[in-house]
Design a protein around this ligand. Structure first.
Ligand code: DLL
Length: 443
C-alpha cells in the first residue's frame, strides 16, 4: 500500500514508490532489514559478535525493531580501536573504495564501500539531489573537496546517476570557480556553506554578479549552518539552498536531504537507515520531539555495517508529515556535534547558535571565528567578526558597535562575550569545513 500522491509530485522524486511508502510498510521493511543486518554483522564482524554476546543478544534469533534497544551502541572509538579493517564485513579485495576522516579530533578512521554500496550511495545521492530540485541534463558545479573527504566523490557519483553533467572542480582556486560558473553556465552547485560564502565574496571582488547567472539550485552541508547563512547564500547566488546531511561512518553525503518544497530539515532515507534520538547522558530514548543525539543503524550497508552508531550530532526528529509527500521523516537541521558544544561560564552554546544571532546584523559580514581564552579562573569568549567594507568603523564608533553586537548576542544566546570587529579579509576563509573555534585555553 502506498500513499496516494499526484503524478506531478511523483515526477519530482527519484524513487516515488519508496519515497512515499506508507509508514507501516516502511516499518515492516526496516524490521526485515534490521534482522538481516544484525545476523550479517554477527556472522562477519568479530567486534559485533563480541558486543552482541556481551549484551545478551543472539543475532540468529534477534527480534527486529521491537528489540532494537537491546542492541549495543557503536562509537567512533570502536572504529579507531579496530583500525584499519577490523569493523569491515568483507575482505579487503571485495572493497571498491576507501575514504578516511582527517583525524582532526583524534586518530584517523577509515570507511569502505563494496560495488553495491557505491551503487546504493549513488542512488541515495540522486534521490537527495532530486529532492533539492535538481534535474537530469543540468550542469552541476561540484565545489566539494575530492579525495579522502566523502563530499566530492559522493556528490559526483550521485549527479552522474541522476543524469547531470558534472564539473569536478573540487575546493579551492576560487577565482576560477567563479569564472567557470559563469562561462559554463552552471545550473546547480554544491559546497560547504562556508566555502559557498567565500566564493560569493570573491565574485563580488571580481565584479561578477552571481545572482544574475543561470544557476538556480544548491545543496550545502558537511558542517553546521544557520537559517541566516542560508539567506545570505540564497541572495548571493540567486538560488534555493537545501541542507544535505551525512557522515562518512554511515555513508557520506546523502544520508538525508531537504526537499525544495519545504526546506525545513533534511528527510533521512529510512529504507536504508534506522534513526533514533537518545539522551547522550542516560543513553535512553529522548522523549518524542526532544533534542538529543542522533543514532543511526545502517540497514543495507555491505562493507561497513553500523549498528546503533552514535553520531554525536544533536537534533530532533520531526514527526509531522511533509508537504512534499515524502513519508521519510525529517530531522531538525543539525546544529553541531555534542563535542562542538562550548561551555562558557556554565552556559552551554553551539557555535551555530552564535552564528544564527550574528549573521544578518547590519554592517557585519558573515565571516566570524570564536576565540576561547582564560580570564583568571574563568573562560572568556571573544567573537571576531568582520565589518562589511562600507561599514568600517574606527575608535569610539567601533567600540560602540562591538558593545551593541555583544549585547545582542547576550540577549539571543545568554552568553556573555566580547566582540572584536575585524577589517574585511581578517577572518580566515575556508575552502572546505570552516574552523569556527580557536581554543587558546590551556588544557
Ligand atoms: O561531512 C559528509 C558530507 C559531505 C555531508 C558533504 C554533506 C555534504 P564527515 O566528514 O564524516 O562527512 O563529517 C560528518 O559533519 O557528523 C556532522 O557533524 C557534520 N555535518 C554533515 N552534514 C551536516 C549538515 C561529511 N548538513 C559530520 N549540517 C557530521 C550540520 C553537518 N552538520
Amino acid at each position: 500500500m502506498t500513499v496516494a500522491i499526484s503524478a506531478e509530485a511523483a515526477g519530482r522524486m527519484f524513487e516515488p514508490a519508496v519515497e512515499t511508502m506508507a509508514r507501516a510498510e516502511l516499518r515492516q521493511l526496516q524490521d526485515v532489514r534490521l534482522k538481516a543486518m544484525v545476523r550479517y554483522a554477527g556472522q562477519r564482524v568479530p567486534h559485533y559478535r563480541a558486543a552482541f554476546a556481551a549484551a545478551g543478544v543472539d543475532p540468529e534469533s534477534f527480534g527486529g525493531l521491537a528489540d532494537l534497544r537491546r542492541l549495543p551502541f557503536t562509537t567512533k572509538s570502536d572504529l579507531r580501536d579496530n583500525f584499519p579493517y577490523g569493523m569491515f564485513a568483507v575482505p579487503k579485495g571485495e572493497l571498491r573504495r576507501l575514504h578516511a576522516s582527517s583525524g582532526t579530533t583524534g586518530s584517523p578512521t577509515v570507511v569502505g564501500y563494496t560495488a553495491t554500496d557505491i551503487a546504493t550511495w549513488s542512488d541515495l545521492m540522486a534521490r537527495s539531489m532530486t529532492a533539492a530540485g535538481l534535474e537530469p541534463g543540468q550542469l552541476f558545479h561540484n565545489a566539494h573537496g575530492y579525495g579522502l573527504f566523502t563530499g566530492g566523490l559522493g556528490m559526483h557519483y550521485g549527479a552522474e546517476r541522476l543524469g547531470c553533467v558534472v564539473l569536478p572542480i573540487s575546493g579551492g582556486s576560487t577565482e576560477r570557480q567563479v569564472l567557470l560558473m559563469r562561462d559554463l553556465a552552471a545550473d546547480a552547485m554544491c559546497a560547504t556553506p562556508s566555502y559557498a560564502l567565500n566564493i560569493a565574496e570573491v565574485a563580488t571582488r571580481m565584479g561578477i554578479d552571481l545572482a544574475a547567472l543561470p544557476i538556480r539550485r544548491g545543496m550545502f552541508g558537511g558542517e553546521p549552518w544557520s537559517e541566516a547563512m542560508r539567506a545570505s547564500i540564497e541572495a548571493a547566488f540567486g538560488i534555493t539552498a537545501c541542507d544535505v546531511y551525512g557522515l562518512s561512518e554511515i555513508l557520506g553525503p546523502g544520508v538525508g536531504c531537504e526537499c525544495v518544497e519545504a526546506r525545513s530539515g533534511p528527510h533521512l532515507w529510512e529504507d536504508h537507515f534506522l534513526i533514533e534520538v537518545i539522551d547522550p547522558k542516560t543513553l535512553e530514548a529522548a522523549a518524542p520531539g526532544e533534542v538529543g543525539e542522533l543514532v543511526v543503524t545502517t540497514l543495507t550497508k555491505q562493507a561497513l555495517p553500523m549498528i546503533r552508531y552514535r553520531t554525536r550530532d544533536m537534533t530532533r526528529i520531526i514527526e509531522e508529515p511533509c508537504v512534499c509527500g515524502r513519508t521519510h521523516r525529517r530531522i531538525m537541521r543539525v546544529r553541531g556535534r555534542d563535542d562542538d558544544m562550548l561551555i562558557v561560564r556554565g552556559m552551554n552554546v553551539y557555535p551555530s547558535q552564535i552564528e544564527a544571532a550574528l549573521i544578518g546584523l547590519p554592517g557585519l559580514a558573515p565571516h566570524y571565528q570564536i576565540v576561547l581564552a582564560r580570564d583568571g579562573a574563568l573562560d572568556a569568549l571573544t567573537v571576531e567578526v568582520e565589518a562589511l567594507p562600507d561599514a568600517l568603523a574606527e575608535g569610539d564608533a567601533a567600540r560602540q558597535k562591538e558593545r551593541a553586537v555583544s549585547h545582542h548576542l547576550k540577549s539571543m544566546t545568554g552568553i556573555t562575550c566580547k566582540v572584536a570587529l575585524k577589517a574585511p579579509g581578517e577572518v580566515p576563509r575556508s575552502v572546505g569545513k570552516a574552523v569556527r573555534v580557536r581554543d587558546l585555553r590551556e588544557r
